[in-house]
Ligand binder design. Sequence first.
Ligand code: ZN
Ligand code: ZN
Length: 360
Amino acid sequence: MSRAPDASLADHHASRSGHKGIDYPFGERAPEPGALIEVAPGTGWMRLPIPGPLKHINVWAIDDGDGVALVDTGLPLDSSKDAWRAALAGPLAGRTVTRIIVTHMHPDHLGLAGWLTKKFGVRLWMTRGEYLTARMLVADARPAPPDDVIVTWRGAGWDDEQIAAATARGWGYFARAVHRLPDGYVRVREGDRLGDWRAEIGTGHSPEHLCLVHDRNRVMIAGDQILPRISSIVAISTTEPEADPLGEWLESLARLRADLPGDLLVLPAHGFPFTGVHARLDALIAGHEKQLARLEERLKEAPRRAVDCFGVMFARAIGPELLGMATGETLAHLVHLEKRGRAKREVREGVWWWSAAVPN
Ligand SMILES: [Zn+2]
Ligand SMILES: [Zn+2]
């Protein structure tokens, strides 16, 4: 579970997130496992314990016709299941569960979707990008990392020992991090209505991240697309090593900044419900721009590999358990500098060396 895509590096970024203009209308109060706090009409907040630095995921029960829809699901562990059982026997007792909605494919969100859909005989609602990516990862049960992945690791500057250690840890962990998924789902698209909620889709943290906006109540279920205090992981995935996820992420944040009303109550997957969405989006964008500028300064000194840039990217030393995510996130920033014409890459014996380029 410690390799869940967004559950380990998040706390390293706490220092670079601003808090100005952000308010927490419920303070630091959070529901105990099995309890529910109504944060808006027909919108219940619950928390499930998960291991790792995040410690919890927030999940939501939203009124849906005659019943209640559940948004996000926790990890397939007894701690998360017990919290669900307590909620279903407590605040949700007697309610009909209408559907399971999952914001994105990361195991802390998707992990128990198959368990819940089966329990209630209901459908899973997701975007296509998230559902299909999850199905692809579940099916990739090979024991050792594919050659393409090793090319990326070598390109980033991993040495033989690091590659051997990562190879020994195996591959295909995703299938173990999610309960068996339903074989079918209901596709959600940008702008779709789910009851009173409107779908807003973001990219960069995950392929097609679903957020839900209740325009009348001024509430947004944000998943990992907009978090308070910590910034979501944006990393090069080994499936799309040439992609520019940070470019997509910054575009998404800018689009949300333009589209969302400023007076929303934001319900994030980790942390506390907050107001001040515009200030938060501005701070997230500024944080990445600052990071890019620092990285560019480092490249001006001399050509660097991704592994040489961890000191600029992260507040603490990167051990073997964080190496994969640190590499993915550093590469995302380097590739984005390259796309902007501010860095260039030279390949020497399979290793990518990045240097600063004067933009024209
Ligand atoms: Zn996530
Ligand atoms: Zn998450």
